[in-house]
Write a protein that binds this ligand. Sequence first.
Ligand code: MLT
Length: 212
Amino acid sequence: MNFTPLKYRFIAANEQAAQRYTLVLLHGTGGDENDLISLAEQLTGGQANVLGVRGNVLENGYTTRFFRRMGTGIFDHADLHFRTEELVATLQDLSAKLGFDPHKLIALGYSNGANIGGAILQKYPTLLSGAVLWRPMLPLPEEKPLVSNQAPVLLTSGSSDPYYQPENMNDYEELLKTAGFQVQHELIPSSHNLTQKDLQITQDWLKTHFTI
Ligand code: MLT
């Protein structure tokens, strides 16, 4: 397929970068590869590699996204399939180029980035060692069943987020659990914005599941 490699920023762990986990940072709509870097460094204390990538889609000619949408919360599934494959191909190429371990990837995605992170779980259910998806939606409702590597997955929803649809999230949780992922879903008293509570829960989740 005709993939365009995603733009990226990579910061290696303080030491033994080739053996460390790599946090793959997936920004929200309008963001870029730099957005989540300081949060990721705060969460890992420089003990993991961080790789920020920038979505290849421009909405209205200027707003960066990882895949096209038809309207608010209505995804172009064909494009999401294509962009997920493009992102996975970029990760494989970058692991060879930059020397990080392709078997030690943890996705950290917010909003639109969480949704393409979730699409990786659905389409490549053994690729990621873990995923943190802040303010997610079920990306590909028709993509099931799947058999996973039982990786831990953290989902955080905002209780007053207009994007939060309890039924959609129940289906999402069910689909991931049926595939064998270890799902933790937290409902946070907030809207679509990321909060200190998301970061605290993420920090605890990382400590529980990974030696970083
Ligand atoms: C999406 O389009 O991925 C979600 O609706 C969230 C957003 O980025 O606006």
